[in-house]
Design a protein around this ligand. Structure first.
Ligand SMILES: [Fe+2]
Ligand SMILES: [Fe+2]
Length: 207
């Protein structure tokens, strides 16, 4: 799938039908961060516009209520797990992938689709493309939560751009997510734990 700059311009204006205000600013910032990370981390140049598209589309359904998310999940035939239901913040990544495919099929191949699907929880065996969207969403420069600032500083402070540094950054992000959920006495999604343990295992094997 090849996406031109002209197509991305159209997508940028079209996406404003789905997200607005601060969320639109965040969306445009994730697009830029995903492209920046893609270039730093060695995504092939012809796939960079796809990363931009994934950034633009990733929160396409985030403005919907939980009830709307659930009816959208039903419409798309998404089988929600117990963990999905107990973590309503996750729903927009599941419905978002299908909404992106329905509304913007020219931008949503399987790689874009799956990266939107796992951008909130992560999952085991994440591809570089999926990891980049996940991280871009966490550290885009408009995010000013202390954890986001800490993660951004951790990733950029060393100047390292190898796969192992990316994985260590992701582990830190999962740790912070889990810690926050514990502090808030919230459910922890199994996929986040599985994503963390998978990467940790990979790191231990290679170091
Ligand atoms: Fe999101
Ligand atoms: Fe986001």
């Amino acid at each position: 799938m090849q996406i031109s700059e002209k197509q991305l311009c159209i997508l940028r204006s079209e996406i404003a039908r789905f997200v607005s205000g601060k969320r639109l600013e965040h969306t445009l910032s994730v697009e830029k961060e995903a492209v920046k990370l893609g270039l730093l981390l060695g995504i092939p140049e012809n796939k960079i516009p796809k990363l931009a598209a994934a950034g633009l589309l990733h929160d396409i359904t985030k403005g919907l209520t939980v009830a709307q998310q659930l009816s959208l999940a039903e419409k798309y035939g998404i089988r929600l797990s117990d963990d999905d239901i107990k973590n309503p913040k996750v729903l927009h990544s599941l419905t978002g992938a299908y909404a992106a495919l329905e509304n913007f099929p020219d931008f949503t191949d399987s790689e874009v689709f799956s990266s939107i699907q796992c951008h909130t929880t992560g999952k085991p065996r994440m591809t570089l493309f999926q990891k980049i969207l996940y991280l871009a969403d966490y550290i885009e420069p408009l995010r000013d939560f202390p954890d986001c600032i800490r993660l951004r500083e951790y990733f950029y402070s060393t100047g390292k751009t190898d796969a192992s540094h990316l994985d260590k950054t992701l582990i830190l992000s999962f740790d912070m997510t889990v810690r926050n959920l514990l502090d808030e006495k919230q459910f922890i999604h199994k996929k986040t734990v599985a994503a963390r343990n998978y990467i940790l295992n990979q790191l231990l094997r290679t170091t």
